[in-house]
Design a protein around this ligand. Structure first.
Ligand code: DX5
Ligand code: ZN
Length: 222
């Protein structure tokens, strides 16, 4: 399965957004991860509908929209996305999960279900045949710069094994939260293939975005 980097754009220096998008395009970044928070599922606000619209108009990199909102099935039409993009909705807040997944796919995008660290993978059983990917939160959603919750590594491994042994080999696994260079190696070994890169890797202050990207690519492709 292809390894992909999804850069978490909430971690950018917003005064340098244009320059950063150019760098991400030059580095052939696979996806731009856009965190949408509603102050209810998670105690924070971040990016929104106009920002997604602006990104769509100004970059060719597909978007990976992470909807950390209540009742996402009623809000999908607020966002501009389509072919090539990924959209995730949380199991914990989608009362009509199947409806949300169907609506995402109807727009041509890849549909993903996100689960919080304490949510077991068994809740996904009856939706697996409808989805393209699972997003495993490896920190509690809401903020950048948190520490990995170690039990989520076992969860990634269990999910990959479960998917492969039940005929769902094509379902991708995305990991989000403290995907540092060190943790990316462990997450990769556990079976993740889409890595959300934020302050722990691509935007780490120790090096440039270019250097950090190259380093992360080497780790996940080795
Ligand atoms: C939440 C976010 C964060 C963050 C990732 O959904 O996606 O997890 O931006 O970056 P880190 O954890 O490396 O700061
Ligand atoms: Zn996210």
């Amino acid at each position: 399965m292809d390894k992909k980097i999804s850069v978490s754009i909430m971690c950018v220096d917003f005064f340098k957004l244009e320059e950063c998008i150019k760098t991400l395009e030059e580095q052939c970044i696979d996806l731009i991860h856009v965190d949408i928070m509603d102050g209810s599922l998670v105690p924070n606000f971040t990016l929104g509908t106009d920002f997604v619209k602006a990104l769509k108009a100004n970059t060719t990199i597909p978007l990976d929209i992470h909807l950390m909102v209540e009742n996402p099935e009623n809000k999908l039409d607020w966002f501009k996305f389509g072919e090539g993009d990924y959209v995730s909705v949380h199991y914990e807040t989608a009362k009509h999960l199947h409806k949300a997944i169907t609506a995402i796919k109807a727009k041509g995008a890849k549909a993903m279900v996100a689960i919080n660290p304490a949510t077991p993978i068994c809740v996904l059983d009856d939706i697996l045949s409808d989805i393209d990917a699972v997003l495993i939160m490896t920190v509690n959603p809401g903020f950048a710069g948190q520490k990995l919750i170690p039990s989520t590594l076992t969860k990634i491994k269990k999910l990959r094994e479960y998917l492969d042994s039940n005929g769902f080999n094509d379902i991708e696994i995305q990991v989000d939260g403290n995907v540092s260079f060190e943790n990316a190696k462990l997450m990769n070994e556990a079976g993740a293939n889409i890595f959300v890169a934020g302050t722990s890797s691509v935007f780490s202050k120790d090096n440039t975005v270019e250097e950090n990207t190259k380093c992360l690519k080497n780790i996940i492709n080795s």
